[in-house]
Design a protein around this ligand. Structure first.
Ligand code: FAD
Length: 411
């Protein structure tokens, strides 16, 4: 039996479902294959569940430390099963929304493992699907490294940690990328003794080095332990020896050292979008690639924002200071402690750093409450080549964190 479609898409994560919905809404006959749950890693095992648990951990932390604001709460307790339940409710609600959007776009959604045969044919459960165009959006999975293979009990992946039966007393996190940093914050907020091991010279190795150093300073005050330029030497009976000779005995280990593409071999003529494209592994990048494919709306890949959630947020785009030649750029810098709003909210840790060349912004690096939204304002200016002089003409509301952008421009 053979069925024919305009577009066949394998993978129902942000890349795949966005492409399917947009193509379906254009009146195309679309078939989408998903072997697991619609929403992919982002909704089921990534962005959404981690940010839901992170939010709860911050709430817990705030309630426990509210004395500064004249609020005292005694016997603050945490029901971990409710944390997991809440996470599942959020996922479920959002998944229903995507499923409805697929239905409204008249996408044929098939729950099955699919195989792309060539650039015109997909096979699933013994049925062949002929497609004028094929999109592969099969995403990525936690990377397995030698000596740290997941046993799903002691050595956990970012998938495993989402369904812990109970909170551990202590955790070792291997890797300080976005996933490692966010989980360090979650665990530390919940009062778990948290240690990070990072091979690079600084935490968050992909960030501007001043951002990395600031996060290290903040982690020190938050009593999150970390070792940089350190690796795991050996693991014996749940005892971990580090390359610096130290030995630690965490209750669990989260291994967050990158992701492997879900692809065996590239097939010519097939479009690869999202994580599997091997470019930037972020949900919004996947979504923009899907829209580029289907609607032909291009985007500037170099202006993809990176955000690490938690308190304070960390967000950046464009050039880092270490990418630029000394004396070839201007650095505009303001500390959050200079802003009224930061004091009102007791969120004074961090800074806004804007790098310019010839009066145009080439990079922005923000450590602050609302950094994700602040960065978006700078991105609009960067995308449209708005000069810093033009930006100075804008009236920023007071008291806001946005004022920091305005203040930075005069520095
Ligand atoms: C812990 C964690 C936190 C994250 N937080 C963020 C964040 O805050 N912001 C952000 O932008 N990004 C975040 N990410 C990254 C983000 O989740 C990914 O970039 C995004 O999900 C990629 O989307 P995708 O559609 O390319 O692939 P995926 O989301 O991986 O989806 C691929 C889908 O394809 C399906 N599939 C694979 N092979 C087949 C097959 N042969 N047949 C049928 N179906 C198949 C899979 O089951 C999966 O559902 C996070 C990731 C993790 C792990």
């Amino acid at each position: 039996m053979v069925e024919s479609f305009d577009i066949g898409i394998v993978g129902g994560g942000p890349a795949g479902y966005t492409a399917a919905i947009h193509a379906g809404n254009q009146g195309k006959k679309v078939v989408l294959f998903e072997k697991d749950n619609i929403g992919g890693v982002c909704l089921n095992r990534g962005c959404i569940p981690t940010k839901t648990i992170l939010h709860i951990s911050e709430l817990f932390q705030q309630i426990k430390n509210a004395q500064e604001f004249g609020i005292s709460a005694e016997n603050v307790d945490l029901d971990w099963s409710k944390v997991i339940e809440r996470k599942n409710i959020v996922i479920e609600k959002l998944r229903k929304g995507i499923e409805l959007a697929l239905k409204n776009a008249k996408v044929f959604t098939i729950k099955a493992q699919a195989q792309i045969i060539d650039n015109k044919r997909i096979e699933a459960e013994g049925i062949l699907y002929n497609c004028d165009k094929i999109i592969c959006a099969t995403g990525s999975s936690p990377k397995i490294i030698k000596g740290l293979e997941f046993d799903h009990e002691f050595l956990l992946s970012s998938d495993d940690i989402l369904n812990l039966k109970k909170l551990p007393q202590s955790i070792l996190i291997v890797g300080s990328g976005a996933i490692g940093i966010e989980w360090a914050r979650i665990m530390s907020n919940f009062g778990v003794e948290t240690t990070i091991v990072e091979l690079a010279e600084h935490l968050l190795p992909l960030a501007d080095v001043e951002v990395s150093k600031r996060i290290e300073r903040i982690f020190k005050t938050q009593k999150i332990n970390f070792y940089t330029q350190t690796s795991i030497e050996k693991i014996e009976n749940k005892s971990i020896t580090l390359s610096n000779g130290e030995m630690i005995k965490p209750e669990i280990v989260l291994v967050a050292v990158g992701r492997t593409l879900n692809m065996t071999k590239k097939i010519e003529g097939v479009q690869y979008i999202g994580d599997v494209s091997g470019e930037i592994q972020l949900a919004h990048f996947a979504i923009k690639q899907a829209i580029e494919q289907i609607d032909g709306i291009n985007f500037i890949k170099d202006l993809t924002p990176s955000v690490i959630y938690g308190t304070p947020e960390i967000a950046w785009t464009g050039k880092r200071e270490q990418d630029l030649e000394p004396h070839s750029y201007k650095k505009h810098f303001v500390l959050m402690s200079a802003l009224g709003k930061a004091h009102c909210d007791s969120q004074t840790d961090g800074f806004i750093k804007i790098l310019t060349q010839n009066d145009k912004i080439v990079g922005a690096h923000i450590v602050s409450a609302e950094a994700s939204s602040l960065l978006q304002q700078v991105l609009i200016a960067m995308q449209n080549s708005i000069s810093t002089d033009k930006l100075k003409e804008i009236c920023f509301a007071h008291p806001t964190y946005s004022e920091g952008i305005f203040e930075a421009l005069f520095k």
